[in-house]
Design a protein around this ligand. Structure first.
Ligand code: CA
Length: 242
């Protein structure tokens, strides 16, 4: 575990992803954060950032907008479409109101105009974390996909549909199966793959056991929550980018 950086009385974070193609700015920000004991990763392009974010969680992301390959706004939209609520602060030289509003609309928590002083950036980071206490731990605990949010600690799933919110408790096997699907949205998981996740070594599931669990899940979540691809397996849809 990395060193802890106390950004306020009770606010602390350990990992920050810096997405910045400008070498001088990237080095300065990473050095300042490292000095403060924060574990940092530095992505120099939009695609690199997207790749890292699909693998790892961070307590906060500092995101440049003008990046080679994939721009920062696309990185941000992709992150939010994947259900992540990791706090994001945009670093931008563009001071147009439209860019700022687009960034906030796309799910950024704040923006800092370049050039900035490190003390200003740290103050904004502090403010974002203060506004979202526990955001990092909650994000690490939940799996979200469209209408569904699964709390991996309480095993309770929240369904938000047509403006209504309801919750359902899952059996252990229902939970294991749904978790397997939600961690790989868009991927078709075969019966064998799901059996492996749901049944431990030595347990021999009946031939239609997975169908039975899926049937129970659909009753709780709605029939459309889990898709069947005939002959191949089951899946949850990848959330659409908004
Ligand atoms: Ca740039």
């Amino acid at each position: 575990m990395g060193a802890r950086f106390f950004l306020g009385v009770e606010l602390m974070f350990e990992t920050v992803l810096v997405v910045e193609d400008d070498r001088m700015i990237g080095e300065a920000v990473c050095a300042a954060l490292k000095d403060a004991g924060v574990t940092t990763q530095w992505a120099r392009s939009g695609w690199e950032a997207t790749g890292i974010l699909s693998q790892e969680r961070f307590d906060l992301v500092l995101l440049d907008l003008g990046l080679p390959g994939r721009d920062g706004m696309s990185v941000l939209r992709g992150l939010r479409a994947d259900g992540s609520d990791t706090p994001v602060i945009i670093l931008t030289a563009r001071d147009g109101l439209e860019d700022r509003l687009a960034g906030l609309d796309a799910g950024a928590d704040d923006y800092v105009l370049k050039p900035f002083h490190m003390s200003e950036l740290l103050a904004r980071m502090r403010a974002v974390l203060r506004r979202r206490p526990g955001a990092a731990s909650a994000a690490a605990r939940t799996l979200t996909n469209g209408e569904l949010t699964l709390d991996t600690e309480t095993k309770i799933v929240t369904i938000e549909r047509d403006g209504e919110k309801r919750q359902a408790a899952l059996s252990r096997r229902e939970y294991d199966l749904l978790e397997a699907l939600l961690t790989r949205p868009g991927a078709i998981l075969s019966r064998a793959a799901l059996e492996e996740r749901v049944y431990s070594d030595g347990e021999l599931p009946e031939s239609n056991a997975i169908e039975f669990i899926i049937h129970g899940l659909r009753k709780k979540l709605g029939a459309s929550a889990i898709g069947n691809v005939r002959g191949l397996g089951w899946m949850v849809q990848r959330p659409r980018a908004s």
